[in-house]
Design a protein around this ligand. Sequence first.
Ligand code: ADP
Ligand code: ZN
Ligand code: ZN
Length: 735
Amino acid sequence: MASEEKILRIALPVKLRRLFDYKVEEGRAAPPLGSRVLVPLQKRFVVGIVCDVSDTSSLPDSKLRPIKKTLDSEAALPPALFDLLNWASRYYHHPIGEVMQAALPTKLRQDCAIEPVVPKHYRVRKEGLSALSQISARSHVQKRVIELLANAGAEGLSARDIAEHVSSGASTALGRLVKLEWIETCDPPALPNVEAGSSIELNCEQLESSLTIARSIGSYAPYLLEGVTGSGKTEVYLDCVKKVVAEGKQALVLVPEISLTPQLIKRFSANIPGGLAVFHSGLTAFQRHQSWWRCRQGAASVILGTRSAIFAPFCRLGLIVVDEEHDLSYKQKEGFRYSARDVAVKRAQMSKIPIVLGSATPSLESLANAGAGRYQHLRLSTRHGGSQMPRVAVVDVNHQSINEGLSAAVVEALKDCLAKREQSIVFVNRRGFAPVVSCAACGWQAMCQRCDARLTLHRRSQRLICHHCGSQSRSPEACPECASSDLFFSGDGTQRVQEALAQIFPAARVARLDSDITASPHRLTEILTAVNERQIDILVGTQMLSKGHDFEGVTLVCVLSADQSLYSVDFRGPERLFQQLIQVSGRAGRRKRRGDVLIQTAHPNSEVLSRVVQHDFDGFAKTILTERQQAGYPPFARFALLRAESPKPQAPISFLRRALSASRTVAEIESVEVFDPIPSPMERRAGRFRAQLLIQSVNEKAFHLFLDEWIAILESLPESSRVRWSVDIDPQDMY
Ligand code: ADP
Ligand code: ZN
Ligand code: ZN
């Protein structure tokens, strides 16, 4: 091939772990690394990212195709982000093309301008208003559009807003109305300005932490901020963020999926007037693109977002905060299985900036890092305003009768709380009415057809729902096996507990909060507001409401069953339970009155529970870390999980057996342990059979070298095309 022509090595949105070679368009210079280009791939065009420029290609010149066009004049992915993504692809052994895609908003994964086009708004003119009465019934769409615009006033509405309220024909109607000069286009309203919040004076511990962090602005410095629930970690974040912004830099604040509440957004926007952008899964494609662009241009000085915001395109990042750093929602569970917390630490290191990992119950990984001196450990040991930590008591459910999941002690405590006109929260670990539906005559149980799991009864909707695959069916009136009508429901879900409480306390206002309810964001806000305004006495919910919420009037928290996680198949079960219990307890007594926490359990003497009663997270963590060290488990060793699934029962295991024998040919096998393949704990899920194989190593370098070579072999195995398989680095769930 001609040597003066440059070869572009491009990451394409495909599952292959390699780059693809193309020629530059004729007569053009090579675009910078990180730019988007449109290229032909088989019979279509796709958007790829330029990852390398080279003088030579292993392909013959006749096979090399030129790119179709360069989409960005300036790289879409700024250099620091581009480097981070390359690192992430290597670390997670995930196809580079998919990793690069993760950093682009959906709009930019297409042949679309890098700058978002803010849609024009329409507003009604007075001619339109006076014409309203003359519009014939046949033009009801035009009529409706004018009505909508009349209601919207001077700001008007976008075509998209209007389309949401009109069944069809909105754009034709808009065109016609503009022509008639009954409506006109105008600029969309500017982003709302939030009034500045009253400033809070930090207490001693908060101030010390904030000053320490601020001193390291401009250099890599990781901090673990361990602060009991209600100690005011958020105030520390805000203070540091303000300092970073005052120096003209940007800050990234990551929060878990469920704690990104309107309350929190308000708290941040009040402190960062005008300069906040949010990133989360609830945004529209356009809003996402807009946040991304404001971050890229530096117009937003603070990004508040969930997991994927770790790949936001900052131009002058100065600080990263990861709130509730132990939270599982930071780990992506499918596709590109990254941990946003771990990537955040790497990003801070590469960008030479401070990072704050905050939690009341830090992950063992972070505690071990702090213990080894890799992170500086900061503590907030008291709740703000001197409110005390709640009293935690265990209710032994072994020798007493439990009604609808409620022990006498819990009912008594709720009664007292009501009498004092205080609020309480009751945690139940399952949504729906009852998790077990069985026949008294023949023993039949309602099982999911597609999973190895029972169906949960949702009584309001009269449906049996599988919480693993979402399958639904009508709840039967008689047993499908023996036709007996003697069906009974055991176990307690949120609906059942809510009904029971409403019966026991007819005068109380009982509400429920679980993912069935929060499927509508509007309902979620409504309930949270009602709780804050004390219009609710008892709130029944799943652990989704354990985090982040700051309810003033709650003084009692009851946990109906803590036992499931105690004997979980996952080695992290006890750790998770501890974190959950501390988080839920943290909702009690956050103000003047001391709170009470009651935990029902059949194992009152377990190590976890006795440590929880004493609020002894440090002691608990030390014990567990010692056990992990002895067993050679994370964080003292690296894990990778090779998972496989298929509708054919035998296929996953036979692929994994081949993978196991292939591992013996890899050079680093001496430093790595490869376990035998096993069926996953829930072997069948959504109609697919699943199996897994664990890799363990204490030698990080050898671990990655091993994986590189082994995965390349796996890709070439004929068995690998017969199953769906994936590699999970640092897996958080062992199934
Ligand atoms: P955490 O994130 O540690 O659970 P928050 O930051 O939500 O705690 O603080 C709990 C409550 O205490 C909040 O309402 C917060 O505004 C208040 N608070 C925290 N620190 C202070 C302070 N220094 N002055 C006044 N109020 C504070
Ligand atoms: Zn039966
Ligand atoms: Zn199912």
